[in-house]
Design a protein around this ligand. Sequence first.
Ligand code: DGY
Length: 321
Amino acid sequence: MKPYIFITRKIPETTMDELQKIAVVTMWEDEFKPVPRKRLLEEAAKATGLLTLLSDKIDEELMDQSPNLQVVANLAVGYDNIDVPYATKKGITICNTPDVLTDTTADLTFALLMATARRITEAAQYIKEGKWTGWAPLLLAGTDIHHKTLGIVGMGRIGEAVAKRAAGFNMNILYHNRSRKEEVERKLNLSYRSFEDVLKTSDYVVCLVPLTNETKDMFDENAFQTMKESAIFLNASRGGVVVEKALDKALTKGWIRGAGLDVFREEPIQADHFLLKHANLVALPHIGSATLETRMQMARLACKNIENVLQGLIPPAPVNG
Ligand code: DGY
């Protein structure tokens, strides 16, 4: 009998051709809404493998009820939705989709920086609403990017790719990471600083850390108060690293100039969310890796991760060994 695989969201059929040769595959039929928890538990209970999204909680409850589960392949580089230590204890292989999304996510992070600095979304809205009555010296004036100081918090693959882009804009680049990366520093001409120093001296603070117990809530009132009043904060990692009420206060009281967010604590956020009232906040619906090319590659890699585990091979992107 072929193993049973459940895919928790609609992905292009062509990306799972190979997987379908060796497994019976069922896919949740909705492209936008997450699979309800009850259905996920029912499917997991029968499954050898799951292909999941970051909105699916893979926890003790699910794993305890899934006696055949061998592999969970997350369609993301982040895997904070999965209890990895517990999976390891149960002998379940967890996989992710690194590398294929690095440049795409760095492009989006830089686009978010530029959109916030140069007020691009506000300007686009302005013209569509018929407000443009004439050229004026300070109309929609933003702030420069070139030759400014960029502080990257989290120097992983995406951090490096953002630094490369910033170098092309002649930015002075600082970074903070839980461990120093001297080779990367030399290669990309970066300066390592404490978290506090990065906050104090950067014109742009970009957060690219994974969500862990250590990084949760790291951007709190104290962090925003430490930044320059002219600073712009950007988050393209996970919403949980930011205390949103603190950011709201920072934008309201002018502790910082503006913010660009691709991620939120609760996703999707509602249109009446308190952060969205700020004109100096650019908000995007978690589209860091959202290009057709990259999403296809992510889906193929996630399927390949499952295929390999089913065939007793090492998957291309294991998270737990
Ligand atoms: C990731 O890969 O972790 C992104 O946030 C989802 O595309």
